[in-house]
Design a protein around this ligand. Structure first.
Ligand SMILES: *Cc1c(COP(=O)(O)O)cnc(C)c1O
Length: 387
């Protein structure tokens, strides 16, 4: 199945998202993908197989999801993991001790912890760099630089890195570009189209969309790495369970509607916060004076639902987190419920203080994930909390 309608014309992303890779079960006609809640599969005879054997390696519900991810992220291969960190841990296993990776310095704290506390111990080398400044990447290249791992927009400072330029640079050195596309989702950005080799998602966020399950993805078109990645997934055992795969399939059906609403809510909030007397600065890629606004508009189709802001007074943080009521004080992002986070102690707590401060994550920074509630209600809640 590809994304062609009956007429043969290419379908828009909004339609592809609703129908996925297989719009109905060819045997029963079931419109919702069946959940194959199986650990194992019977073989008809010795040397004969249905193609399915054991769910850690392969499961029909997960396969349907993996095909759908490949379709919407414009890749040939999709792999689904139990969490975003499971996917990131798997992709790094394509490299080996002594290899050097350049990583965005301002990225999800859990990724920093995994690389710095674990992979570094096994001999991997990392440089933490502001990848929104191209020269910083060039300065940090080494003979053994094998990959560039970027998050764009970055988390939580919303810096935008140039995907096409990063791909060109790393390819000229025989390396790979890995893009964590969690913040924009495939609805707003497709890094593979811009030259990236591998796309990562925390499916826990926009793809699932309901703050009710965890998932992670790798999508790519690199035939030379396809068998290896399947083998890593099967060997490590962090593959996504059948029921969770189905929850993701269901979530993805409404991705287009949700992303439009997340975006319009975030925009309304960003502009309102910007003029607020208690707010020092707002970080949002949809501001025309954002330093990488035109790059962001060129490589992405939208600005997503994420807004970060500095308060003038650090003492206001505790007050706001106590007073906020419709918006929930909780980690994570990308779900229908609006969430507010204090990155210093939550998402970025694992990053050492000097690095965190250099990246801008201080005791006055809050990060907001706009949900799909009414924008007027969200703004009223924020204004009441800000006082
Ligand atoms: C949440 C997140 C992750 C980790 O994903 P989990 O599903 O929580 O394991 C990785 N990258 C980004 C950008 C995230 O927001």
């Amino acid at each position: 199945m590809d994304n062609q309608g009956k007429s043969g014309a290419a379908l828009s992303m909004d339609s592809v998202l609703v129908h996925g890779a297989t719009p109905f079960d060819p045997v029963t006609g079931a419109i919702s993908s069946p959940i194959y809640q199986n650990a194992t599969f019977r073989h008809p005879g010795l040397g004969e197989s249905t193609g399915f054997d054991y769910t850690r390696a392969i499961n029909p519900t997960r396969t349907e999801l993996e095909k759908t991810l490949a379709l919407i992220e414009h890749g040939r291969h999709g792999l689904a993991f139990a969490t975003g960190m499971g996917a990131i841990s798997a992709i790094v296993k394509l490299f080996k001790a002594g290899d050097h990776l350049i990583v965005s310095e301002d990225l999800y704290g859990g990724t920093y912890r995994l690389f710095n506390e674990y992979y570094a111990k096994y001999g991997f080398e990392f440089s933490w760099v502001d990848t929104s400044v191209f020269e910083r990447i060039e300065e940090n290249l080494r003979p053994r630089t094998k990959a560039l791992f970027i998050e764009t927009p970055s988390n939580p400072m919303m810096k935008v890195s140039d995907i096409a330029r990063c791909a060109e640079l790393v390819h000229s050195r025989g390396g790979s570009l890995i893009v964590d596309n969690t913040f924009l989702s495939p609805y707003f950005q497709n890094p593979l189209d811009l030259g990236a080799d591998f796309v990562i998602h925390s499916g826990t966020k926009y793809l699932s969309g309901h703050n009710d399950t965890l998932a992670g993805f790798i999508v790519h078109s690199r035939e030379d790495a396809a068998d290896e990645l399947r083998n890593i997934q099967k060997s490590e055992g962090a593959s996504l369970a059948p029921f969770d795969s189905w929850l993701l399939l269901r979530g993805i059906k409404t991705l287009a509607l949700r992303m439009k609403r997340h975006e319009s809510n975030a925009r309304a909030i960003a502009f309102r916060l910007r003029g607020h007397p208690k707010v020092e600065k707002v970080y949002y890629t949809g501001f025309e004076d954002h330093p990488q606004y035109s790059l962001s508009c060129n490589q992405a189709r939208g600005h997503s639902g994420m807004v970060s802001f500095y308060l003038k007074d650090a003492a206001d943080v505790a007050v706001i987190l106590k007073k906020i009521s419709l918006i929930l004080f909780a980690e994570s992002l990308g779900g229908v419920e609006s969430l507010i986070t204090f990155p210093l102690v939550q998402t970025h707590g694992a990053i050492p203080e000097p690095m965190r401060l250099a990246a801008g994550v201080n005791d006055r920074l809050l990060r907001l994930s706009a949900g799909i509630e009414d924008s007027g209600d969200l703004i009223a809640d924020l204004e009441a909390a800000l006082g």
